[in-house]
Design a protein. Structure first.
Length: 265
């Protein structure tokens, strides 16, 4: 972990720690997706903010601690970072790699999270909601995230792939003291980012967090026809616990849901 980077810039530190590219171009939108919050006004207005390399400023450690400097700035649009170790090399740039960041959602993620869900709902019939069926507001999501931070038994994790919102995992703690040992989970990943290990990585992060806060069991439901998801859950140690017949009606047809669970403590 970075020794001196401000806490808000740790996701950006993790991004630069993972990349092997000699040159990295990030748009302002991509950086804000990685961070989960807006860049300060100074980042939009002044090149000097990006060029700072002395305390009391600390944000620059996110890239300098990983060997990167800044070679080009287009305010409000993008920044190009250059790895100083490879600055004078003429060798071929390493093949573009996917950089996946898993982080807890911030209140500033609310709008992007709603958009992410709507995209996923429009791509699959395997979710509880279809396109435009779940009515949510930015204010409502922000309030829920604030409540979850206080309750400490529920959370939302976001998968950011190459600076884009790619997927999410919701962990919702038990509703009563007698059910406080368990939590329900819901996961979704955009189709364009499938087969990149995002779902399993989200699940690992969610499980580790759940253990840390004292949750002993994770539960989920999966539509009977969603065989790919079932294989993933089985691989991760979830077991079939029951079937809810005719649980959902999709396009006029009834479908069954499987209940699955995993003890993690």
């Amino acid at each position: 972990m970075a020794r001196t980077t401000e806490a808000k810039y740790l996701p950006l530190y993790d991004f630069f720690k993972k990349t092997n590219q000699k040159t990295v171009k990030l748009t302002f939108d991509q950086m804000e997706a990685i961070l989960g919050q807006p860049l300060p006004n100074a980042a939009y207005l002044s090149r000097s903010w990006w060029k700072k390399n002395k305390p009391p400023a600390q944000h620059y450690f996110a890239w300098t601690d990983n060997g990167y400097g800044i070679s080009e700035i287009e305010l409000s649009q993008y920044v190009i970072f250059q790895n100083s170790i490879h600055e004078h090399e003429t060798s071929v740039e390493p093949e573009q790699q996917d950089i996946l960041i898993i982080r807890e959602a911030e209140t500033e993620d609310a709008r992007a999270f709603i958009q992410l869900q709507e995209t996923i709902y429009s791509e699959t019939d395997f979710m509880l909601y279809g396109k435009s069926e779940q009515k949510q507001s930015v204010q409502g999501i922000r309030k829920r995230l604030e409540e979850w931070k206080l309750a400490r038994n529920s959370n939302l994790f976001l998968a950011i792939l190459n600076g884009e919102y790619a997927g999410y995992l919701v962990v919702i703690g038990g509703p009563s003291p007698r059910a406080s040992h368990r939590a329900s989970i819901v996961i979704g990943v955009k189709q364009q980012f499938s087969n990149k290990g995002i779902a399993s990585t989200l699940m690992y992060h969610g499980e580790n967090w759940a253990k840390d806060v004292g949750i002993e069991k994770l539960e989920l439901t999966v539509i009977k026809e969603n065989v790919i998801a079932q294989k993933l859950y089985n691989k991760l140690g979830f077991e079939l616990e029951g079937t809810r017949k005719n649980a959902l009606r999709i396009h006029g047809n009834y479908v069954d849901e499987f209940y699955m669970g995993k003890m993690i403590d």
